[in-house]
Design a protein around this ligand. Sequence first.
Ligand code: SAH
Length: 202
Amino acid sequence: MDKLREILIGHLSVLIKDKSVLKAFEKVSREDFVPEELKEYAYLDKPLPIGEEATISQPTTVAIMTEALEVDKGHKVLEIGTGSGYQAAILSKLVGPGKVYTVEINKTLAKRAKETLKSYKNIQVFSKDGSEGLPEQAPFDRIIVTAGAPEEPLSLLDQLTDPGIMLVPVGVGTQILKKYIKDKMVVVEDLGVFAFVPLKKT
Ligand code: SAH
């Protein structure tokens, strides 16, 4: 596994310039976040099914999003779409002593992620619909949505600090990954086309 992880990180290092992001990938074992029968594929650069119609995102996607989020130590981060908990684990290594708040709508996945992440003391998993964010814990320095939003969830910008950064894949079927940079005003950048499972609403 160590060799496979090294190969994957070598592959990611071609794309990712931020050394602290690559370090986080070294620290987190992706095999801990995939189902038992798929562990041998944990270090392939592929999304993998985790049940409940959800997937653990492809490592390249997690790496691109993590770098684009520009997280710093001490940041308070909101993730919408915990899934396996892998993205939250990577973020937690970068923000410590800051905290990651992660919201999962599917009860089974939320319960499982709580278990997987129990040794990560700076991650809190919330079992609820995150499509309206987490107003009771706002504001956040960073917000990352890891499910495809059918429309731009602009109301989430109210839960972002100023300055702050929010990443959201927007679209139905495939999505454009949008980066919202808030600094008195909001500037939006498009980071390319990705495919996520859809953001649900209760
Ligand atoms: N970040 C995850 C992958 C996310 S897959 C990882 O690292 O493994 C997208 C997840 O978003 C799925 O688990 C899905 O159940 C969840 N989701 C969809 N709609 C949601 C909503 N409204 N609120 C919270 N989670 C949601």
